[in-house]
Design a protein around this ligand. Structure first.
Ligand code: SAH
Length: 213
């Protein structure tokens, strides 16, 4: 059966709306990014199901409703500078780019970094910069950031990320003492004060590295 990505995407957006995602800009971004290009060819028919899918190297592309929710909670605005930790498939990166963000994204698995860098380049996304390295250290050279989003879960909030957050900036990160069992935390910098909010349970793959597992 031939599948029409555009129609499948429109249906995915309707389902997300039914599941409580109401932000029109976020829905428009998810309606625009070709998710089928971010999954392995053999899984393309399932690209617009609300499910996480394997992308190799023991990693997964997050499910659309998770990406939508994270993006909504990140409260981006056009031109905002976002540091993303855990590029993975690059799907969340592309959604942020569709919202007009300047995205610097770090991946620690070399093969995934190379593969996704190629894909993002082929899509000719503006203002996306891919980097290879340990994202728990952040990227001090280009700091501060308006927003920092971590799409893998570790045992603590990496202090370098908090230091690289601009005044009024927001850090979203899943944190938990057990793998795949975290709380999604929102940390907002107000001068020297960090306001922390627990946004509920989350189940992301492991954040590794210096301040990870
Ligand atoms: N947003 C991605 C989710 C990928 S899964 C998507 O939609 O596809 C999380 C990714 O984080 C994995 O690719 C994993 O390799 C990466 N990761 C884990 N720890 C990391 C670290 N310390 N620095 C950079 N990337 C990391």
């Amino acid at each position: 059966m031939r599948v029409d990505p555009k129609r499948q995407r429109a249906r995915m957006v309707r389902e997300l709306e039914a599941r409580g995602i109401h932000d029109p800009a976020v829905l428009a971004a998810l309606g625009q990014v070709p998710r089928h290009l971010f999954v392995q060819e053999a899984l393309r028919a399932r690209a617009y199901e609300d499910t996480a899918l394997p992308i190799g190297y023991g990693q997964t592309i997050s499910q659309p409703s998770t990406v939508a929710r994270m993006t909504m909670l990140l409260e981006t605005f056009p031109g905002c500078r976002v540091l993303e930790i855990g590029t993975g498939s690059g799907y969340q990166t592309a959604v942020l780019a569709a919202l007009g963000c300047v995205v610097l994204t770090i991946e620690c698995v070399r093969e995934l970094y190379l593969q996704t860098r190629g894909l993002l380049q082929s899509l000719a996304l503006r203002d996306v910069h891919t980097l290879l390295g340990d994202g728990t250290l952040g990227l001090p050279d280009a700091a501060p950031y308006d927003r920092i989003i971590v799409t893998a879960g570790g045992p603590v909030v990496p202090q370098p990320l908090l230091r690289q957050l601009d005044d009024g900036g927001i850090l979203l990160i899943p944190v938990g003492t057990k793998p795949r069992n975290q709380r999604l935390l929102r940390l907002e910098r107000r001068g020297d004060i960090i306001e922390k909010t627990d946004l509920g349970p989350a189940a992301f793959v492991d954040l590794v590295g210096n301040h990870g597992w």
